[in-house]
Design a protein around this ligand. Structure first.
Ligand code: ADP
Ligand code: MG
Length: 704
C-alpha cells in the first residue's frame, strides 16, 4: 500500500515521457531515519544526543554562534580568542604519540611571525599538509608554557573563508563522530520537508508579546540570516519554553493545593538533641527555615517547600534535621543530589551528625555494583533503611520504598521540575523539600517555584570572613603560584579550575593533565597535586575527592566537575583559569567552594584576555561576594538577550532559556500561561502534534 503521505503526481512531458514526482511530507514524530542522508550509523550517533525523531532534531538548538572574522596577522593573535590566520608552513608537520593521543604539530608562518599549530587525534591531516602551500586556518589560541599555540584549527579554502566571513555559524553541542556540518545538513533537510505551519500560540498572544511564527523561529534558530533574526527566533522559542513550563506549574499548583498528608509528625526530640550537640549555633536564617519545616510537618497538609540560600549558607544541616524528624516519627526519608561525589560527601556528613542516633543511612548511586544496589533496594523495600542518599539512581523504576514520607532534592537548580516530581511519586504523597543556591529575586522565585512555599536563608554563619577576591591577567600567574605555595605551607588546600574544552573530550582531559604536570614542575615537590576531570570514572573521581577532603591532596586541578556543593572547609584558595569563559553565576558557585571555614579565603580570577568587557564583567565578582547582587549586576551590564553572552547556567534544565538573561520573557510567559485552564490546554494538545509531550516534559498532572 502506498503511504498516504506520498502524493504521487503523474504528468505528461512532451506527451511521451511520463515522470513521477514525490512530494514528501514529513511529520515531527517521524524517525530521523526518514531524513535524507541519515543512515544507521548517524542514527546511532544522534541517539547518543537523545535525538531519535525529527522533532527532537529540530529542537536540538545550537549552543552558540560563531562569527568568522577577518584574517589576522599572527603577531596580533591573543590568548583565548578564536582567530583566522593565514600563511605557509614553517616546519614539516610531525606526528607524535603522547599517552593515548596522536598529535600532529607544525608551525604556520606569515609576514608578521609564526605560530605553533597542533591537532589531536587527526593523523590523517598529515596528508593534506604541504610545505609551500598557503593555508587559512581558524581555531583557538591557547597559551602553552608561555608560548601561543593554535589548537585544533579548521582548514578553510579561500572560497569557504569568503562564504563564511561575518556569517553566524551555529555550533551544536556534539558527540564524538558527529560534526557540526552533519547536524546542520540534517536539520536543513528536515526543515525542507517537515510541515511546521500552524502555530500553537494564538495570534493575539503573538502580537501582544511580540513573537514571530513558530515556523520562522525554528528555521532561524538554526540558520539565522543575521543577529536581528536570531534574536527574534530566540525570543519566540524561549517564550515558548517558559510558557509550557508555566502551564505545567500552574496546574501542579492547583493539584497540590492543600493536599491532606498521611504523615502528620508530632515529636521532634531527636532534632532538638542534634541541635544541642552541634559545634555551632544555627544562624537566624537556618532557625527560621527549620521552624517553617517543623510547622509544615506538624500540619495536616503535604509540605512543598523550597529552601533558598546562597552557597555556604548551611542548607545541609536543615535537611538533616528534617530527615531526622521524619525517622523519629517512624518513616523513611530520601535525599537526591546531582553528582556521585556530592552523594558520597553527604553520606559522610549525615553519618557524622547522626552517629549518636540509632539510624541506618544508605547510599544509592549509579556506579555501585549490581549486588550492592540490590542490597539497598531490599533494605529500602523492607524498611530497614531509614535515610537514603543518592543520585538519579533514587528515582529508577526498580527502587521501591516501604514508607517514604519525606523527599529532599539538593541543588534543585541542577534538576528539572520533572525529576523532582518523579521523586515525590516514589512515595504516597510524601512531604517535599527542595534546596537551591540560585540567587534570584523573590519575584522570579515565585514564578519558577510557583508551586512551592519558600524559606530564605539570608545570612551566613557568623564565623566566616568574607572571601578576598582578585581579578588578574595571566602575567600574575607566577605570583599566584607563590601565593598558593604559601597557603599550602600554612596547612591549607587549593582548587585550580581549568575551563572545559569544548572541541573534544580528549582535549579536555589533556588540558587538565597537562596543566597538572606543568604546575607540578613549578610548585615545590613536597606539594601534592592531583587532577580531576569529566572523563574519569566515577570511582576514580570519588577517590580523588575523598583524598582531597581528607587533606591528602594539597592542590586539586579540576574542570567544573567540582562545582556542585563540594564542602572542604580547609580549602582556602580558588583560582580560576580563563575565568572569562565562565558565566558569572557559575563563577560564583565555584567561589562558593572556599570560605567555608573560619580561615581567610581567597579567590583568584585569572582572565585569559584583558578586554574591557571581560574585565568589567569579572570585576563584578571581584567587588561582591553576594550571589544575588552578582546576578543582578551581570544582567544590567549586558542587558537581556545578549547574543553572545555566555549562558549563565543550564538551570532547571531549560534547553534554550536562561532564567537570568530571560527574566523578562519569563514574566510575560507566566502571565500568558495564567489565562489557560486545564480544558484549554487539553484542547490545544488535541490540535497540535507534539505539544502534549512538551508539556509532559514537566508534569503529567494535567493529563491525569
Ligand atoms: P550549602 O548551603 O552551600 O549547602 P553547607 O550546608 O555545605 O552549605 O555548609 C557549609 C559549611 O558551613 C559546612 O562546613 C557546615 O558545617 C558549616 N555550617 C553550617 N551551618 C553553620 C553555622 N550555623 N555556623 C557555622 N558553620 C556552619
Ligand atoms: Mg549544599
Amino acid at each position: 500500500m502506498v503511504d498516504s503521505r506520498y502524493i504521487l503526481t503523474l504528468y505528461p512531458l512532451n506527451n511521451k515521457v511520463k515522470e513521477k514526482v514525490c512530494v514528501k511530507n514529513m511529520q515531527l514524530s517521524d524517525s530521523i531515519r526518514e531524513i535524507k542522508g541519515i543512515g544507521e550509523k548517524s542514527e546511532k550517533l544522534f541517539a547518543k544526543l537523545g535525538i531519535s525523531t525529527v522533532e527532537e532534531l529540530l529542537f536540538f538548538y545550537p549552543r552558540e554562534y560563531e562569527i568568522v572574522e577577518n584574517i589576522r596577522p599572527i603577531n596580533e593573535v591573543k590568548e583565548g580568542h578564536i582567530v583566522v590566520v593565514s600563511g605557509t608552513l614553517g616546519s614539516k608537520p610531525r606526528l607524535q604519540y603522547v599517552r593515548n593521543l596522536k598529535i600532529v604539530s607544525t608551525f604556520l608562518r606569515d609576514a608578521s611571525g609564526q605560530l605553533e599549530v597542533t591537532w589531536f587525534n587527526m593523523p590523517f591531516i598529515m596528508k593534506t599538509l604541504r610545505m609551500g602551500t598557503r593555508y587559512i586556518m581558524r581555531g583557538r589560541v591557547i597559551n602553552k608554557n608561555g608560548r601561543y599555540r593554535l589548537q585544533q584549527p579548521k582548514l578553510l579554502s579561500e572560497e569557504e573563508y569568503h562564504k563564511l566571513l561575518k556569517k553566524l555559524q551555529p555550533v551544536y553541542p556534539l558527540t564524538a563522530g558527529l560534526t557540526n556540518h552533519a547536524v546542520s545538513k540534517a536539520v536543513g533537510s528536515a526543515l525542507k520537508e517537515v510541515d511546521l505551519t500552524g502555530d500553537y500560540l494564538p495570534l493575539e498572544m503573538r502580537k501582544k508579546y511580540n513573537l514571530i511564527l513558530r515556523k520562522q523561529a525554528v528555521h532561524a534558530i538554526h540558520f539565522p540570516k543575521d543577529k536581528e533574526e536570531y534574536m527574534q527566533a530566540r525570543r519566540r522559542l524561549v517564550f515558548e519554553e517558559f510558557f509550557f513550563f508555566a502551564l505545567a506549574l500552574h496546574q501542579m499548583k492547583q493539584g497540590k493545593h492543600q493536599k491532606p498528608s498521611p504523615y502528620e509528625m508530632n515529636t521532634f526530640e531527636l532534632p532538638e538533641k542534634l541541635m544541642d550537640r552541634l559545634p555551632f549555633d544555627l544562624t537566624d536564617g537556618q532557625k527560621r527555615a527549620w521552624g517553617d519545616i517543623r510547622q509544615d510537618l506538624t500540619s495536616s497538609v503535604v509540605m512543598n517547600r523550597l529552601i533558598q540560600g546562597d552557597v555556604g549558607s548551611g542548607k545541609t544541616i536543615v535537611a538533616v534535621l528534617a530527615l531526622l524528624a521524619c525517622v523519629e516519627n517512624g518513616h523513611q526519608g530520601a535525599i537526591m543530589v546531582p553528582t556521585e561525589v556530592l552523594a558520597e560527601q553527604h553520606l559522610k556528613t549525615f553519618q557524622e551528625y547522626l552517629g549518636p542516633f540509632d539510624i541506618r543511612v544508605d547510599l544509592l548511586v549509579g556506579s555501585m555494583t549490581a549486588s550492592q544496589k540490590r542490597r539497598v533496594y531490599e533494605a529500602l523495600e523492607m524498611g530497614m533503611t531509614d535515610i537514603v542518599i543518592g543520585t538519579h539512581a533514587l528515582i529508577q523504576e526498580k527502587v521501591h520504598y516501604k514508607d517514604l514520607a519525606l523527599v529532599v532534592t539538593d541543588e534543585q537548580h541542577r534538576f528539572g521540575v520533572r525529576q523532582r516530581e518523579e521523586f515525590s511519586q516514589k512515595g504516597l504523597e510524601p512531604h517535599m523539600l527542595v534546596m537551591s543556591a540560585t540567587p534570584i529575586p523573590r519575584t522570579l522565585a515565585i514564578i519558577l517555584y510557583g508551586d512551592l512555599d519558600i524559606s530564605v536563608i539570608d545570612v551566613m554563619p557568623s564565623d566566616r570572613l568574607p572571601i578576598k577576591n582578585c581579578v588578574v591577567g595571566t602575567s600574575y600567574r607566577p605570583k599566584a603560584y607563590e601565593f598558593i605555595e604559601a597557603q599550602v605551607r600554612q596547612g591549607h588546600q587549593v582548587y585550580i579550575i581549568c575551563p572545559m574544552v569544548e572541541e573534544s573530550e580528549n582535549m579536555e582531559a589533556e588540558n587538565v593533565t597537562d596543566y597538572t604536570d606543568t604546575i607540578k614542575g613549578i610548585l615545590s615537590p613536597s606539594i601534592r597535586v592531583e587532577c580531576l576531570h569529566g572523563k574519569m570514572k566515577a570511582g576514580a573521581k570519588n577517590d580523588i575527592m575523598e583524598r582531597f577532603a581528607a587533606g591528602e591532596i594539597d592542590v586539586l586541578v579540576s574542570t567544573t566537575v567540582i562545582e556542585v556543593g563540594i564542602n572542604v572547609p580547609n580549602a582556602t584558595v580558588m583560582m580560576v583559569e580563563n575565568a572569562e569563559r565562565f558565566g558569572l553565576a557559575q563563577l560564583h558557585q565555584l567561589r562558593g567552594r572556599v570560605g567555608r571555614g573560619s580561615a581567610q579565603s581567597y579567590c583568584i580570577f585569572m582572565a585569559g584576555n584583558s578586554s574591557r568587557e571581560t574585565m568589567e564583567r569579572l570585576n563584578i565578582l571581584g567587588g561582591s561576594n553576594d550571589g544575588f547582587y552578582v546576578a543582578e549586576q551581570d544582567l544590567k551590564l549586558r542587558g537581556p538577550g545578549d547574543l553572545f553572552g555566555i549562558r549563565q547556567s543550564g538551570e532547571l534544565n531549560f534547553a534554550l532559556a536562561d532564567i537570568y538573561q530571560d527574566a523578562g520573557i519569563l514574566k510575560d510567559a507566566n502571565e500568558a500561561a495564567a489565562m489557560y485552564t486545564k480544558d484549554d490546554i487539553l484542547n490545544l494538545c488535541k490540535k497540535y502534534e507534539g505539544l502534549r509531550k512538551r508539556i509532559m516534559a514537566y508534569t503529567d498532572d494535567i493529563f491525569l
